[in-house]
Design a protein. Structure first.
Length: 248
């Protein structure tokens, strides 16, 4: 289910300029909201409304399959990562009780880091082990306090289609919080905004929630690894792209 299509380059340039111009008032509106709204839930709701509105305005249609599978209580969502659009897409799709776990490099982007922090995103270091452990403890504290979180367990995305190996942080977090893991598949975002290009194409982005997986036992490395591998297998099977587990 993917009718996203690639425009010729001159039309993609024109479309990208249009999408960028449409994004400016949305970004300013969100900035005002995150500055002025008093609660995290309200700020996240404003970001969700803005993300959905921008996608509609620029012709990136959303199809969401099986949203009823999303647990009413706390959970950890794990999704494949294919494009810079993925975070915005899940912001548009998920309820405002969800916060994102994001690579720390994004904290160096001034406006983006401010907006992300104000909607409760968690920045995690990927390359410095000491800082990464400190970040992981902070994420875990939030999870054990009942927060629902979104992870892209590949940590990055490849230029070619496929699913990279999964890191274990999301699954350790779910185990310690005692909450289920919700595998999620995003299709179409890679075609709409392929790496490393910054040129957009319009079309359909399909988000599918797979059946929730029960949490692993806290502190049990073997069951946590088994949960990670099961979530990856199910996402890979539903995604229909190559297995890139041997890639970086």
């Amino acid at each position: 289910m993917n009718s996203t299509y690639r425009l010729p380059v001159p039309l993609r340039v024109a479309y990208t300029i249009y999408a960028g111009l449409a994004f400016l008032p949305v970004a300013l509106g969100v900035l005002a909201c995150v500055l002025l709204l008093p609660t995290l839930r309200l700020r996240r709701s404003a970001a969700r409304f803005a993300a959905r509105g921008w996608l509609v305005v620029v012709g990136l249609r959303l199809a969401v399959r099986h949203p009823a599978r999303l647990p009413a209580g706390q959970c950890v969502v794990v999704a494949n990562h294919a494009s810079y659009l993925d975070g915005l897409v899940l912001t548009a799709v998920l309820p405002p009780r969800f916060g994102f776990v994001i690579k720390r490099e994004m904290s160096a982007v001034p406006l983006a880091s401010f907006l992300l922090a104000r909607i409760g995103s968690e920045f995690v270091e990927r390359f410095d082990r000491h800082k990464g452990a400190s970040d992981a403890r902070r994420v875990l504290r939030n999870a054990t306090n009942g927060h629902s979180l979104v992870f892209f367990p590949e940590g990055t995305f490849a230029k070619r289609p496929g699913l990279l190996k999964f890191h274990s942080g999301a699954f350790h977090t779910a185990a310690r919080a005692g909450c289920p893991v919700m595998p999620c598949v995003i299709r179409g975002s890679r075609t709409a905004l392929p790496a490393p290009s910054l040129l957009l194409s319009p079309g359909l982005i399909d988000v599918e929630f797979l059946p929730a997986l029960p949490a692993a036992a806290a502190g049990d490395e073997q069951s946590t690894a088994a949960l990670r591998d099961r979530a990856r297998r199910e996402i890979l099977a539903a995604l229909g792209e190559p297995d890139l587990s041997q890639a970086a």
